[in-house]
Design a protein. Structure first.
Length: 546
């Protein structure tokens, strides 16, 4: 039963609650004014039909505690088109994400994972990371744990196309008979607070969302719905966050992420498949150019040649790291963080020149790769082949496979930003996913953070229902904010610091390539060696990531 707020709230409401109440009454997005309370009242309204918003709705509808709630999900794009998404078996979307085992367990628990086309997913249990500035390398895997407990090797993450995940969530919602919750091809015209109706309900702190059909010029009065709890999963430029008056902290990196879907030569056939000993990395990067390092022998068994492996090489002089993440059937997803000018150059290259340049970035020194990027003639392949003859093999234990092609129409770029909302909650409102936080993609944790938000928020709503509380009560939402804000700051700050370390001495850096740049490069290499060789450090990093 709804309780009416007295006409003089100062007599009955504490100072802190009164400030919160007054703030909520000032919230607004858009120009439409609320003159009367709508007849449609929902328990939970989510704005944003990406994987995070869909996962939250699926979690609510799959839980016995919250399945009865009246929910709505507002999405400007046509969701039926997402549910029927298909690509030929030899083509993959350039928007793919590494799903951690924790989030895989969440998706399994809400019944969505089994609806994935698993033939299009690719688990990987190893990640090779190395620095082009000093050739230090590290191998991330759970091999030590597997040997210690005589257990199978654990998966680091599973590559899943975002469209494959969205389709699976929509199919699960269909299975739950929850498709009536989907307000597809519908956008938010405005958001305001309701009114205190003397003849009806007091919705003065409830968000009222005015809706309009996407892509139409209909001038009739918009449909309005009220939300006991409004969720903003509507991206970095979130209208819900704007309505709440929540600011963000952060900055632009002046970098772009170049993405593409690549075709790989089978690893066993790669001319770069020879192994090197990771234990020699410390001597290698500490020795000078004329010095020698001691070769160590290892009794570690060889790894199967068909093991799925992700690769990441830090390129400080080129603006950031390049990563290739495995997809099925000798395909891979490229994410190359670089300067806007290099991103523009990469997008202008012919497919063959693009492939040669990516191979160069994975194998050549940074000076040679820079030269290939600046070449005006279209002879990138011959330039690459000539330089490979005079370049030592890459340092990782399992060198990267050769790129042999790029899928047509998949080369694209996007600006890299760091953003974190000053608060994830407001009266009857919560933010999730990119609406709450955006981080650098070098750790592949953006979508994982968002799915963690969805899981945490679903638990928060479930707890409120089970305890007979109002799902939009600010105090009930505090638990969600406390849990997720710290996690996002930890992950975003850690990734930002790592990115900053690898920008020192790199493109646009004041340290340049002189003595200070060389010292910083040695320090980065030492840090990488410590992470890879001091017991427990690498495992701790991996546990925090997944």
């Amino acid at each position: 039963m709804l309780l009416r707020v007295a006409s003089r709230p100062s007599r009955f409401i504490c100072k802190a609650c009164r400030v919160s109440l007054n703030q909520s009454r000032k919230r607004k997005f858009g120009t439409n004014s609320i003159t009367s309370n709508p007849e449609e009242i929902y328990d939970v309204v989510t704005v944003g039909g990406g994987p995070v918003g869909l996962a939250l709705l699926t979690a609510l509808k799959s839980s016995p505690a919250t399945s009865h709630l009246k929910c709505a999900l507002i999405e400007a794009q046509p969701l039926p088109k997402q549910k029927s998404w298909e690509l030929p078996s030899d083509q993959y979307s350039n928007r793919a994400s590494s799903i951690t085992p924790t989030n895989q367990s969440f998706l399994e628990a809400i019944g969505a994972w089994r609806h994935l086309d698993l033939s299009r997913t690719q688990p990987y249990d190893e990640m090779q990371v190395w620095d082009a500035g000093n050739d230090a390398s590290i191998q991330f895997d759970w091999k030590a744990e597997a040997v210690r407990y005589n257990a199978p090797l654990r998966t680091i993450a599973t590559m899943v196309e975002n469209a494959n995940l969205s389709r699976a969530l929509l199919r699960r919602l269909e299975e739950l008979d929850a498709e009536d919750c989907l307000l597809s091809s519908t956008s938010v015209a405005s958001i305001g607070n309701g009114i205190d109706d003397p003849e009806g309900l007091n919705l003065s702190t409830w968000p009222i969302i005015s809706l309009k059909s996407s892509g139409t010029t209909d001038t009739s009065s918009p449909r309005q719905i009220a939300a006991r709890l409004l969720i903003g999963a509507d991206g970095i430029n979130s209208p819900v966050r704007t309505f709440a008056g929540i600011n963000t902290n952060g900055w632009d990196y002046n970098r772009h992420g170049v993405v593409a879907t690549l075709k790989l030569e089978p690893t066993s056939d790669s001319p770069f498949s020879s192994s090197s000993d990771p234990n020699s990395a410390l001597e290698d990067f500490l020795s000078d150019e004329t010095g020698s390092s001691t070769t160590r022998q290892t009794n570690e068994p060889s790894t199967p040649s068909n093991r799925a492996t992700a690769y990441q090489r830090f390129l400080p002089s080129l603006g950031g790291p390049i990563a290739i993440l495995p997809l099925p059937d000798n395909h891979a997803s490229l994410v190359w963080s670089t300067t806007p000018s290099i991103a523009s150059t990469l997008k202008s290259l012919s497919p063959s020149a693009f492939v040669s340049t990516v191979n160069a970035a994975l194998r050549l020194n940074q000076v040679d790769t820079k030269y290939m990027l600046s070449a005006t003639t279209n002879n990138h392949e011959s330039e690459l082949n000539w330089r490979l003859q005079h370049t030592a093999p890459p340092s990782p234990t399992r060198p990267p496979p050769t790129i042999v092609g790029v899928q047509q129409g998949t080369i694209a770029s996007f600006p890299l930003k760091l953003r974190n909302a000053t608060s994830y909650i407001s009266p009857r409102l919560a933010l999730a996913g990119d609406a709450a936080h955006t981080i650098h993609p070098l750790a592949g944790q953006g979508l994982n953070l968002g799915l963690g938000d969805a899981e945490s928020l679903a638990r928060c709503v479930s707890s409120s229902v089970e305890h007979g509380a109002d799902v939009g009560d600010l105090m009930r939402l505090e638990g969600y904010a406390k849990e997720r804000y710290g996690r996002a700051v930890e992950m975003g700050g850690g990734v930002d610091a790592l990115n900053g370390v690898y920008q020192l001495g790199g493109a646009g850096s004041v340290t340049g390539d002189g003595i200070l740049g060389s010292v910083l490069s040695k320090a980065r290499g030492l840090g990488m060696w410590v992470v890879g060789n001091v017991p427990g450090v690498k495992e701790g990093v991996m546990r925090r990531a997944g």
